[in-house]
Design a protein around this ligand. Structure first.
Ligand SMILES: [Zn+2]
Length: 405
């Protein structure tokens, strides 16, 4: 309990409150009707039936609308310069996506000033916030030199505590004919320079990027240095990424577009055991913006959910393969194209993202959780998928503070 509590704020007259705290008949989203919640010191101090709402210094009238936890976008690449709209146009005219365009952004990012990079991250962070995202993971990966990776992470850290070192995004041009030397650089000087600014380490494990041996070497040394593990896995074709993520206890295997039955079984084997409270789940983070933007087949979320794999949804926001910061857009795609119900998609975009970041203070609305929430311009969370492309985020509270809309 704080000795000097700040002003309290009551969000009142909530028609449908998504808590992600299952109880009774409330279903997995833990829905409460005619509810209110009280915010104090950036946390939720109370929630319950509106008729029992306590007094507060300030009040927001939700006017019968739906309120849900702020979105947790657990996968983005916001530190870059330039854009690649012509590449997108070429793909839409029939050219395939290979991942090679990453090098275009590396060149632009290296040439950019700190201020340019910072302004771009800031713009995208605000854009995401306006669409309801209150937690966002940000990766490096367009610097690919010791100094450029460190500064990318330093700038990312100005906007999020969920920062990920992705020096192993692609092998940069100057190392094209000696990838082993680049892996040594990533595992040595680049990792040391990144460490002060990173919570996670990630590898793009894919044909044309890094193979399983390289990925294992990089992740193992990162883990030994104290970083949590994430992995870009099985995006462009079948591969070893998912199995490697599970083997190493990664928090998340991201993309999961091309999976064998053994991959699904491996992910399912990590499903959290709540009785023991084990924190070894490898979440399958699905990034439908990438399939949309590369006109590729979507991952089969239904198959994963039916196998009881924990699923998260994230944007993969980046200038090449998924230039969207919109979690509502990803929810709509997941429902329409990936076999998810609206409830499953909303859970995956909030609580699922939190699991992928191994956080229990976000993605959920309960006493003591961060007061990160969105008030919709709609009576139900269903409208996020039912009314795609419509700006339904009326208000966002981040750490209990109302944000400008
Ligand atoms: Zn990515």
């Amino acid at each position: 309990m704080s000795v000097h509590p700040g002003p309290s704020l009551l969000v009142d007259n909530i028609g449908e409150l998504v808590t992600n705290e299952p109880y009774g008949e409330a279903g997995p989203l833990g829905i409460r009707r005619r509810a209110a919640l009280l915010v104090e010191d950036g946390r939720i101090a109370w929630l319950g039936p509106a008729k029992y709402a306590p007094a507060a210094d300030g009040r927001i009238d939700a006017d019968g609308a739906a309120v849900l936890p702020g979105f947790v976008d657990s996968h983005s690449h916001l530190v870059f310069a330039g854009d690649r709209a012509p590449e997108f146009a070429a793909r839409m005219a029939g050219q395939p996506y290979t991942g090679g365009g990453i090098r275009t952004t590396v060149g632009a990012t290296r040439a950019a000033s700190d201020d340019t990079l910072r302004a771009n991250v800031s713009r995208l962070r605000i854009e995401a916030l306006r669409q309801g995202t209150t937690t966002i993971e940000i990766k490096s990966g367009y610097g690919l030199s010791v100094t450029d990776e460190a500064r990318s992470l330093r700038i990312a850290g100005e906007f999020s505590t969920e920062t990920t070192f992705l020096g192993a995004h692609v092998v940069p041009p100057e190392y094209a004919d000696r990838p082993d030397d680049y892996v040594s650089l990533v595992c040595g000087p680049m990792l040391r320079a990144a460490l002060p600014y990173a919570r996670w380490i990630d590898v793009f494990c894919e044909r044309g990027a890094f193979d399983a041996d390289h990925a294992r070497a990089i992740l193992t040394v990162g883990q030994a240095a104290g970083l949590g593990l994430r992995l870009h896995a099985n995006q462009l074709g079948p591969g070893p990424g998912v199995q490697l993520a599970v083997e190493l206890g990664a928090a998340s295997a991201d993309h999961c577009t091309h999976l064998t039955d053994a991959d699904v079984d491996a992910l399912a084997s990590t499903t959290v055991d709540w009785t023991s409270g084990s924190e070894t789940t490898t979440v399958a983070t699905l990034l439908p913006g990438a399939e949309f933007s590369t006109r590729s087949p979507y991952p089969d979320a239904r198959r994963l959910l039916d196998a009881r794999v924990t699923v998260a949804l994230a944007t993969d926001c980046n200038p090449g393969s998924s230039y969207t910061s919109s979690m509502p857009f990803c929810i709509a795609l997941a429902v329409r194209e990936m076999g998810m119900t609206p409830a499953e998609a909303v859970w995956a975009a909030t609580a699922g993202g939190a699991r992928a970041l191994r956080r229990d203070d976000v993605g959920v609305l309960r006493r003591g959780a961060r007061a990160d929430l969105t008030i919709l311009d709609a009576p139900s969370y269903l409208h996020l998928a039912y009314r795609p492309g419509v700006p339904l985020i009326r208000q966002v509270l981040h750490n209990g503070v109302p944000q400008c809309q």
